[in-house]
Design a binder for this molecule. Structure first.
Ligand SMILES: *Cc1c(COP(=O)(O)O)cnc(C)c1O
Length: 362
């Protein structure tokens, strides 16, 4: 008898998440010094963390003997986005929040809809509950909302949408997302994952939180891991109707976000200089990398995030050649895109290292 045989069959069927290769791992594997490795694999902020967040985290270290209190961060987020505090659910990263939603609404005998090439955590969150995953074919590498609407069955309880999507960077016009919300049955939760929201040009950004008044089945997810530069602290949040937020809080671990993460996130929200610098650096870096891809005649998917996905040919082989040169990007064969690689926009110097290594690798 193996213990695996005793496990839930749907848990045994899950394929594990493949994270971006850590710098320390590549250093161990190839004997490359840590300092000369460029990691552009996990959509982290190349400027590091906000200085205000750093100061707040350092201060919060004295106090870790106490259990955390989420009140201040919830109040700040609620005030910032214009919802009630009872509509904010904090997560240990927004991954945690995705899991909470799945646990509230999914179980064996139920289903969730997601799009081909969409974020890998949606399958994980869905399958870990024993629910069935319905994948709809992509349209131009992004979500095909009409196909997703048509795929909803009577047992469907969640539709997962990433906007912009990771790993493809596609962006759905807000009007289309709204029309989708209007079209879905009211008992189906629509998760709108906006992890890259802050990278959308402000002139194009729409206040989706305002839609919660009309759509109690909408759940918006955001994170401090990307533009706020706090990926390692693990903090994100969901905005939902009071009813849904209450349900999510019932399955949430009471102390799921630690003291340091709460303090860092609270301060990061007010570090406008850092956020502006991060936004601008991304814009310039995107131009720098896209220009190189065009020069190298490589197809790429126009991206609204802090990364861009391009067709490398043999993705795995090009990736290996990049790794040998100390450059870590993200192969996305697991997303059904084996010819493509995803590169995170870095600093000007990091981008230049990537471009130089890519030219040699091709
Ligand atoms: C990075 C990312 C997240 C955020 O993950 P965290 O758990 O908050 O670090 C969520 N959704 C998408 C689509 C992402 O790319």
């Amino acid at each position: 008898m193996s213990l695996a045989e005793q496990a839930l069959s749907y848990v045994r069927a899950i394929s594990p998440y493949q994270p971006g290769k850590p710098i320390t791992e590549l250093a161990r594997e190839m004997g490359i010094p840590v300092d000369s490795i460029v990691k552009l694999a996990s959509n982290e902020n190349p400027l590091g963390m906000s200085p205000k967040a750093r100061a707040a985290v350092e201060k919060a270290i004295s106090g870790v003997e106490r259990y955390p209190d989420q009140f201040d961060l919830i109040a700040k987020v609620a005030g910032r986005v214009g919802v009630a505090q009872s509509q904010v659910v904090l997560g240990n990263g927004s991954n945690d929040v995705l899991d909470l939603i799945a646990r509230v609404f999914l179980a064996p005998g139920r289903s969730a809809v997601f799009a081909q090439h969409a974020f890998a955590v949606y399958p994980l969150a869905t399958l870990s509950t024993g629910a069935e995953l319905i994948a709809t074919p992509a349209k131009n590498y992004g979500h095909d909302l009409a196909a997703m609407r048509a795929a909803i069955r009577p047992d469907t309880r969640i539709v997962w949408i990433a906007n912009p999507n990771n790993p493809t960077g596609n962006f759905l016009p807000y009007a289309d997302v709204r029309a989708f919300l209007e079209s879905v049955p009211k008992e189906v939760i629509v998760v709108l994952d906006e992890a890259y929201n802050e990278y959308i040009p402000p002139a194009e950004r729409v206040d989706t939180a305002g839609w919660l008044k009309e759509f109690p089945n909408l759940v918006i997810c955001r994170t401090f891991s990307k533009i706020y530069g706090l990926a390692g602290l693990r903090v994100g949040y969901a905005l939902a109707s009071v009813e849904v937020a209450d349900l999510m809080n019932r399955v949430r671990q009471p102390f799921n976000v630690n003291n340091l993460a709460l303090a860092g996130a609270l301060a990061a929200l007010d570090d406008h200089d850092f956020l502006n610098a991060s936004y601008e650096l991304n814009r310039y870096g995107m131009v720098q990398i896209v220009a190189a891809l065009e020069r190298l005649k490589l197809e790429y998917i126009p991206s609204y995030g802090n990364f861009v996905t391009f067709r490398a040919g043999d993705g795995a082989a090009v990736n290996q050649k990049l790794l040998k040169q100390g450059v870590i990007v993200r192969p996305i064969g697991g997303y059904g895109l084996p010819e493509w690689l995803r590169v995170t926009i870095g600093t000007e110097r990091e981008n230049a290292r990537f471009i130089e290594a890519l030219e040699k690798a091709l």
